[in-house]
Write a protein that binds this ligand. Sequence first.
Ligand SMILES: [Ca+2]
Ligand SMILES: [Ca+2]
Ligand SMILES: [Ca+2]
Length: 281
Amino acid sequence: LGSTGEGIIVAVLDTGVDYTHTDLADNIWVNADEIPDNGIDDDNNGFIDDTTGWDFAYESNTPTDWYGHGTHVAGIIAGINDAVGVTGVAYNASIMPVTVIGDYWSQDGYEFLADLTDGIYYAVDNGADVINLSLGYDPAWFGGLESPAIAAVADAMAYAQAEGTVVVMAAGNEYSASPGYPAAYACDWGISVGACDSEADLANFSNNAGFTQLDYVVAPGVEIYSTIPWEGDYAYFSGTSMASPYVAGVVALIMAANPDLSAEEIEALLTTTANLDMMMA
Ligand SMILES: [Ca+2]
Ligand SMILES: [Ca+2]
Ligand SMILES: [Ca+2]
């Protein structure tokens, strides 16, 4: 008891994060080696004035949330424990906002893959302990798994694992027999997360674990209440996108409690201690 994710950095690679949200602001990662707004890349990491992360879709140092998705994910992981709104699973962890999902005007599919690849390297190289990927793509759209754009994502995931960063991935919402990509890479790197409802039944949209051995667990993903950038500042969303950040939060708790575990050891701990009833449903 007592682990709250303190000292753990969870990168949210998504549509951005509303890092000014009152239920998130104090838990946003700060790049302490970067002096803000001086036009200089003080920490020499290749990104100018990146004090709160980076927006790869728009190439800017303000990874604000243009859509609402990433802010919702961030609140599930590390909403502030203040009796207001929501409390995150790892409410003392830090969220590193990294925009990799742009809008139709800023990104085509290939640019999305490139931004995702760059975002993974950015997160790992700037100290992220956990990466949440509530996103997906179909490799067939890009020439298959061997195509350079897809292979680059896989290389980045292998790099993250080698550096001890746990990559947590939404299994996808196609009600398929097996996870989509990148979650299918959980056979080699990271962990794939399906969604269940409040009765602990698999959500009717959630992709299943499939027949290839891979790290897969389920977490709540139906009608989940969390932070959004506008209107009531909170909303209910459903999807494996909401389940993945629950597991990312749990990974942060484990890491804070036991910093010596490798990424593989943490993934094994999750899959071997999960309740198997769901898997047999
Ligand atoms: Ca910098
Ligand atoms: Ca600077
Ligand atoms: Ca709160």
